[in-house]
Design a protein. Structure first.
Length: 595
């Protein structure tokens, strides 16, 4: 007998007046499946989650949860009693020791450390992290998560990736973090044109199969085709985890620096022919320092920003990223030093606090109040309506009132107000929050071809990899590293550097005889693989190949559409186990390859 799914949605329909969000959509979530929900802003993601949570009711159709399961739901904007403590907000006030211990562990990972602090004293981002902890520590059978990575820094996001990927967790989540989708989810469902499409694979697989669907659908969406083809090609060019020895010596850094500089030079050559003028002098940080009481943000920091540079700023929350931006824009003064800005620089600033509109104004009027046209030079102009259409506001939506926009659409409109001012230096502080994936792709394309300077502060690793040439890494306590590459390259280099340092420390602390196993005066010679280790390496290669072959077979079966729920569940569990086994054996293979 086929196993009953944890969640079964059948023929669900929902509309608001004349606006139909979805019609007769059906999907299910089986035990062990990790499902990502993708949709454009304004097409009904939040409404669908509110239906699943029982906050709203469908026009027709059914939502059935299996009777014996516990469901945990993370809302996009959770609400707490402002008087209750963080710890009380995290579980049922029963004070069970095991629950309290787990709550403390999860909250520490999410950097909530004062467990007695009233919830009313926490920021919106901190409250979202408490809500996430609340869901995780109750260990529900089914997790439903709405944008779980919002308000998390990179360290927290990577921890959450690992947490959700381990074991046999079942989840349905909405997120626009494409690395997160790729690494956590085994099924992608897309809500598009009021219909649900299911792709039984991760985000990379979804990209490929969605492209096939679009190619077979209609020619008039060729623009979207090009975006997905570009992204798919970029995904295919990413380095594999195995296949050659890892290089973790100093020369790896310098080789990376050459590549990054070449990329910057190529981009500069292309952009110099553009018509947006920006002088050779951009800005120079002349040994600036900044601290708040005992919290050091910068100390004697020097940096000379280049023309056409595209910089990413990363670091944990509280390390000073936003403070640096505000000093650059003249909103906060440094304690010492000076920021010298070129006369031709015109900043365009997208901030977390700037989202303010008159809800009774029409969308097109919001933009035309700033300007009717952007002068592109050479007699070319871009109208307000054309800019809105570029960012997927249809002519009908442009004449709607602002109050009808979803949260993501309001963010997109705010972005258009920044661009309509025709800046030559964009400063974007977390621009990707609440934007759908298609909009993110368009913004990536826009920034890649933007004929000016860009600084991006973001926790979206995928976005940063596509847009920036190099990074400023804020490590805290005034320690800032200038790294010539994107975020993935930085993480790879950091891992190699950490491994190299650990090996150097091991060489210093361990006797050479213990490392070589010899006492004949040849202790300084590097150790070679033993016969047993060579045999282990050959065995690992064979086993990894067999596992990958089994993985490919399971993925094809999952995509066939012929399996019943019981078989889907069984194969999904096995697929997760295979991936863990491949990772474990690959890591051991790499260890042996480095001897």
């Amino acid at each position: 007998m086929a196993e009953i799914p944890f969640l079964d949605v059948q023929n669900l329909t929902k509309s608001f007046g004349a606006l139909g969000l979805f019609e007769n959509i059906s999907f299910s979530v089986a035990q062990g499946q990790r499902v990502g929900l993708i949709a454009k802003n304004g097409t009904g993601k939040s409404t669908l989650l509110s239906l699943l949570a029982g906050i709203d009711s469908p026009d027709s159709g059914s939502i059935i949860f299996r009777k014996d399961i516990k469901v945990g739901i993370l809302e996009q904007s959770p609400v707490f009693d402002p008087e209750e403590s963080v710890l009380d907000a995290c579980f049922n006030h029963e004070g069970e020791d095991e629950k309290v211990l787990k709550a403390k562990q999860v909250l520490t990972q999410l950097k909530i450390r004062d467990l007695n602090q009233p919830m009313g004293q926490l920021s919106g981002g901190q409250q979202k992290r408490v809500a996430l902890a609340n869901v995780l520590i109750t260990e529900p059978d089914l997790l439903i998560l709405d944008e779980p990575t919002n308000h998390l820094d990179l360290e927290m996001i990577e921890w959450l990736e690992g947490y959700l990927s381990r074991g046999n967790k079942t989840l349905l989540m909405v997120t626009h973090d494409r690395f997160f989708l790729d690494r956590v989810c085994s099924v992608i469902i897309e809500l598009d044109d009021r219909t649900i499409y299911t792709y039984r694979g991760n985000y990379a697989y979804y990209l490929e199969k969605r492209q096939e669907r679009i190619d077979n659908k209609r020619a008039e969406i060729e623009r979207a085709n090009n975006l997905y083809r570009t992204e798919l090609e970029w995904m295919r060019r990413q380095p594999q985890a195995r296949g050659h020895k890892a290089k973790y010596r100093e020369d790896a850094f310098y080789e990376l620096e050459k590549v990054a500089k070449q990329r910057m030079e190529e981009r500069q050559l292309r952009l110099k022919s553009a018509n947006v003028y920006i002088g050779s002098k951009i800005f120079e940080c002349q040994y600036i320092s900044k601290a708040f009481d005992n919290l050091v943000i910068m100390k004697d920091f020097y940096y000379n920003f280049s023309r056409y540079e595209k910089m990413g700023i990363v670091g944990n929350n509280g390390t000073g990223k936003s403070t640096f931006i505000k000093m650059l824009l003249g909103k906060v003064a440094p304690d010492a030093g000076k920021i010298d800005i070129g006369e031709t620089v015109r900043f365009g600033y997208f901030s977390q606090e700037g989202l303010q509109f008159d809800d009774q104004q029409k969308v097109i009027d919001v933009i035309t109040d700033i300007a009717e046209y952007i002068n592109l030079g050479g007699g070319r102009q871009l109208s307000a309506s054309q800019l809105l259409q570029y960012f997927l506001f249809t002519p009908e939506q442009q004449h709607n009132y602002v109050y009808k926009l979803s949260g993501g659409e309001r963010r997109k409109l705010y972005l258009c107000t920044v661009l309509m001012r025709n800046p030559n230096f964009l400063v974007l502080d977390e621009p990707t929050n609440d934007l759908d994936i298609v909009t993110l792709q368009i913004l990536e394309e826009y920034l890649a071809n933007f004929p000016g300077c860009v600084i991006v502060v973001s926790h979206d690793r995928y976005f940063m990899d596509k847009v920036v040439d190099h990074l400023l890494v804020f490590k805290g306590n005034g320690d800032i590293q200038d790294f010539p590459g994107n975020y993935t390259q930085y993480r790879q280099w950091l891992a190699m550097k950490t491994k190299s340092e650990a090996e150097q420390q091991q060489k210093k602390s361990a006797p050479q005889a213990a490392k070589t196993g010899r006492r004949d005066g040849n202790e300084d010679k590097p150790r070679k693989l033993t016969y047993k280790e060579r045999m282990e390496m050959e065995r690992l290669e064979k086993e990894i190949g067999q596992l990958e072959e089994e993985q490919n077979g399971i993925e094809k079966a999952l995509c066939s559409g012929t399996l019943d729920v019981e078989s889907l569940t069984e194969k999904s569990k096995r697929l997760a186990a295979i991936k863990d086994e491949i990772d474990e054996k690959s890591m051991r293979w790499l260890e042996l390859a480095e001897i």
